[in-house]
Design a protein around this ligand. Structure first.
Ligand SMILES: [Zn+2]
Length: 456
């Protein structure tokens, strides 16, 4: 019998409010027992994994990943993207539909499902487009996408500008019981902005991407969620105003939710001015880098690995995102893992594509800013990576309940390590965090009872 016994770890399962040192038994790809009985029930030939001093939790879920397949496999493939996920402690990823062709029909969903089954290291859940070719003009066949198995619809990378079309999309989504994930960007306000509109964009001569360009669409989504009853999830919130709007709307019972990415609650727009400017100002708000730490990471001004959409914002916005995560206005964390080739990023700031990789650093950065700072306990953070995204996307994941799929992450929240290029499993290297001293790391990643990655 195919079985695995994890011994001696602190098992944290927020879905079942369980937090204690315990054994966890996996048999035939399912959780078989947790607690004192687990070791007794283990078959004699069960493989053992010593988790002493580590945390054992439901497999982490990343609700926002760009796997780039089909069509952009020079940047990433399902195989390399899911390998990076496994290294980062993620047992499930949710891939975005802005591939080429876009995931706007059942055939493309089937193609990705087939490739993910063949070459994926972790579970891949698929989102479909809201509009055909993500062009924002005509609705995609939402019913047939649902039948093909998408877990949500989104035009991520783009944003439906026509409010009437978005209303119709929400009505269909509600009919088919699908959440709508939205990349909140008002095109008329943002125009060709490349960095947060504020002190640094003015100082550096960059075209501004105002916070209002995000907040306007968050507000629109709240109105339409209220009107239609459909659930709208605002992706990668970067601005204080967006968090405030969602907090207020949730209090009124509007079906909306929010997501934050580690780069938005670690970095600020000062990073675009170079490392010296960052560390002497906003860098003091990064856990572990508060005081005169030697060996701070160094980068030049206009480094395109600090260019993302939405952009890095002010220290005040960073604080508001953290407040939102702590008080629950923002319930889900996602990486927005967005790989790009070196040659694409090695151009002037204006011309570089938006986005950074994030699967391998997300857990550490979240633990640093939220747990090591004392703001949240481990169960609360783990909930945002497990039970919360599972609830949002209605995945039968995120729990260690007996009978559940045996997706498990073993992590060491106190492990200090440095993120190095040579250890990257992603095909792309557009991360601003190379050379950073991080705290907290996945040690083993178990998908359907199989160890798909473990630290050597
Ligand atoms: Zn996006």
């Amino acid at each position: 019998m195919n079985s695995l016994l994890l011994t001696g770890g602190r098992v944290i399962d927020p879905a079942n409010r369980f937090d204690a040192v315990a054994e966890l038994l996996i048999v035939q790809g399912r959780i078989a027992a947790l607690g004192p009985d687990a070791a007794k029930q283990a078959p004699a030939d069960a493989e053992k994994l010593d988790a002493k001093g580590r945390v054992v939790c439901p497999g982490l879920i990343d609700p926002h990943v760009h796997l780039r397949e089909p069509g952009q496999t020079a940047k990433e493939t399902i195989a390399t993207g899911t390998a990076a996920a496994a290294r980062g402690g993620f047992t499930s990823v949710v891939c975005m539909p802005n591939t080429s062709p876009a995931i706007d029909n059942a055939g493309t969903v089937a193609l990705i499902r087939e490739r993910a089954d063949r070459s994926g290291a972790v579970n891949v859940f698929i989102t479909g487009a809201i509009t055909k070719d993500i062009a924002g003009e005509e609705l995609a066949p939402i019913g047939s996408l649902k039948r093909a198995g998408v877990v949500a619809i989104t035009d991520d990378g783009h944003c439906v500008q026509n409010n009437e079309l978005m209303r119709r999309a929400l009505e269909y989504a509600r009919m088919f019981d699908l959440p709508v994930l939205d990349h909140c960007q008002d095109y008329s306000l943002v125009s060709d902005g490349v960095g947060h509109e504020g002190y640094w964009s003015a100082t550096l001569g960059l075209r501004g991407w105002p916070a209002a360009g995000e907040e306007m669409i968050v507000a629109r989504n709240i109105q339409l969620a209220e009107l239609t009853g459909a659930h709208v999830h605002c992706q990668h919130l970067s601005a204080a105003g967006g968090v405030r709007l969602i907090r207020e709307a949730k209090k009124r019972g509007v079906p909306v939710s929010g997501e934050a990415c580690p780069h938005h609650f670690v970095l600020t727009d000062a990073a675009i001015a170079g490392s010296e400017k960052f560390w002497s100002n906003d860098g003091k708000g990064v856990f572990g880098y508060k005081n005169g730490v030697a060996n701070k990471p160094v980068w030049p001004a206009y480094d395109t690995n600090f260019k993302m959409n939405p952009p890095l914002r002010s220290a005040r916005d960073r604080e508001a995102i953290i407040e939102g995560i702590v008080d629950g206005a923002v319930e889900v964390l996602g990486s927005d893992h967005a790989p790009h080739c070196d040659y694409e990023k090695e151009v002037e700031f204006d011309y570089a594509p938006f986005g950074i990789t994030g699967l391998e650093t997300g857990l550490a950065l979240s633990l640093m800013q939220l747990y090591h700072t004392g703001l949240l306990g481990l169960p609360d953070i783990i909930a945002k990576f497990t039970v919360a995204p599972a609830a949002l996307l209605r995945l039968a994941k995120g729990t260690l309940g007996v009978g559940a799929d045996a997706d498990v992450t073993v992590l060491d929240p106190d492990r200090e390590w440095v993120f190095r290029k040579k250890e990257t499993a992603s095909k792309s290297f557009n991360s601003p965090f190379y050379g950073w001293r991080l705290k907290g790391k996945a040690c083993a990643t178990i998908v359907n009872g199989k160890v798909v990655w473990r630290e050597q």
